[in-house]
Design a protein around this ligand. Structure first.
Ligand code: ATP
Ligand code: MG
Length: 466
């Protein structure tokens, strides 16, 4: 595990928190226990000494001394009986003969005043709690019984508790380390796998790579986001490759024509002046085709990259439709087709980019003319309470149902040779779809093979267009 890894930081934080909680908590618990044991011992000594003092009338009576001997044995305490001058007349349960002054002058005064003395006492380097209780002997003198409890006994139990607390803390630390290792395996492994995957995606451009981690948490969301990113990049790469191969193909055909006919003109391979002009016209048409292909590609890539700025303004949709029908009029009538615009109202105000909407209309009307051999083309504009509808209907060759879902893809043409013969590259509907969506509109493409096609655009009448 690296020192700067998230898991290590998490583990260190857990340990640190544990320590800052455990150390003061341990200290407080010890103090409480210490106070409690001292209090307990003190109470016990006071009670014992009181009881003994109340039962004793003659201090050197052997039964009394035996009783005291017995009591101190049982309670692991030591005792001394002093006469009224403070002289030891009996001592029990001491390992060494006691030589220290048992009660100070001041303490003797307290005894003479019938008061209990509670004090710390040191003998042979050991600390004791000392409780002295006055005893009134048969002559009315104030002797005393003094009980001692060793602090060593108290600290022994405290020591045991300290050992327990330390063991519990060590257990908690071991648990924390175990938990950290567990978490590092559980969280670290997928994170490292994701890091590797992201590096591979970025450095080796391997967009087919996916991260396998299915959990409903933040790491799961990260994995989904990485997979989504690779999906997008993979699609982008495939699109780009397809786009380049399509574009090379689309350019090659007209360029072959241009080269071939230019060569024919240069080597005077024509019969007469009329044929020479025909060759030159082909060259001109192919050059136009390349130029319109370039325009379409530029438009499409601008739209797809979101770099297009709509220049929205109020205009009359009817006029735009009528103009675009008029522009296609001669091409339609040349093919023997009837073309008509039905505008149903004197004007249909529309708020949008006029040039882009003109491009949409031109593409749809041109398709209708291009892919219709007999019959008619009708364009309707209809205004309802909240929508504006545009319908371009023809009685042309139609499209088979299975082809309809692909029509809006770049370079898709149902009949490539027919479309190319008509000058099409398969970009028109892709541009239309993008421009309509930029105007919050929807497209409905309805077609029947050999019967005709009906394209319906629906635009919402927004605040501005109402
Ligand atoms: N009204 C229609 N009737 C029949 N087929 C159509 C019609 N409109 C489009 N299509 C089919 O859909 C295909 C895609 O149309 P799209 O307008 O995108 O491309 P295109 O007309 O071939 O080329 P261009 O980029 O010049 O418009 C066409 O090639 C044609 O096969
Ligand atoms: Mg077209």
């Amino acid at each position: 595990m690296r020192l700067n890894s998230v898991i290590f930081k998490l583990g260190a934080t857990i340990l640190f928190l544990q320590l800052i909680i455990l150390i003061p908590l341990g200290y407080i618990i010890l103090q409480l226990l210490l106070n409690y044991s001292i209090n307990q011992t003190e109470t016990q000594l006071v009670k014992m000494s009181e009881k003994f003092a109340s039962q004793v009338e003659q201090i050197d009576k052997p039964e009394n001394l035996q009783l005291l001997d017995h009591l101190t044995d049982m309670t692991e305490t030591s005792a001394v009986i002093l006469d009224s001058n403070g002289k030891i007349i009996f001592e029990t349960n001491w390992h060494d003969n006691i030589t220290n002054e048992i009660l100070t002058g001041k303490e003797m005064e307290l005894i003479h005043a019938s008061e209990t003395v509670i004090k710390d006492y040191t003998f042979n380097g050991a600390s004791y709690l000392k409780v002295a209780q006055p005893i009134t002997d048969e002559e009315g003198n104030k002797a005393s019984v003094v009980l001692f409890s060793s602090f060593g006994l108290i600290s022994n139990s405290i020591h045991n508790i300290i050992v327990l607390v330390i063991l519990a803390s060590l257990g908690a630390v071991v648990l924390a380390i175990g938990f950290t290792i567990f978490i590092s395996k559980k969280l670290g492994a997928p994170l490292i796998a994701m890091e590797k995957a992201a590096k591979q995606i970025a450095e080796k451009k391997d967009f087919s790579l996916r991260v396998h981690y299915n959990a409903n948490d933040e790491i799961g969301s990260l994995a989904t986001a990485i997979n989504h990113l690779s999906d997008t990049l993979e699609r982008y790469q495939t699109n780009r490759n397809e786009f380049f191969s399509n574009i090379t193909h689309e350019l090659k055909t007209p360029l072959t024509y241009v080269k071939g006919y230019a060569n024919a003109v240069r080597h005077e391979m024509y019969k007469d002046e009329a044929e020479r002009n025909e060759f030159l016209e082909i060259i001109e048409n192919e050059a136009d085709h390349i130029s319109s292909l370039m325009d379409d590609i530029t438009d499409l890539s601008k739209i797809e990259e979101g770099k297009i700025d709509l220049n929205k303004e109020w205009f009359d949709f009817n006029t735009l439709v009528e103009e675009s029908v008029r522009r296609s009029y001669f091409r339609a009538t040349d093919k023997g087709l009837r073309i008509q615009a039905f505008t149903h109202a004197t004007s249909t105000p529309f708020f949008g980019d006029k040039n882009k909407m003109e491009q949409v209309l031109t593409n749809l009307v041109e398709n209708a003319v291009r892919y219709t051999e007999t019959g008619e083309i009708n364009v309707h504009v209809m205004e309802h309470s909240s929508i504006i509808k545009l319908i371009v209907e023809d009685t042309g060759i139609g499209i088979k149902e299975e082809d309809i879902p692909y029509l809006f893809e770049r370079f898709y043409r149902v009949d490539k040779s027919r479309s190319r013969a008509n000058g099409g590259t398969g970009l028109g509907l892709a541009i239309v779809k993008n421009l309509v969506e930029l105007h919050e509109g929807e497209i409905d493409f309805h077609s029947e093979w050999r019967k005709g096609t009906k394209v319906t655009l629906t635009f919402p009448k927004t605040e501005e267009s109402s």
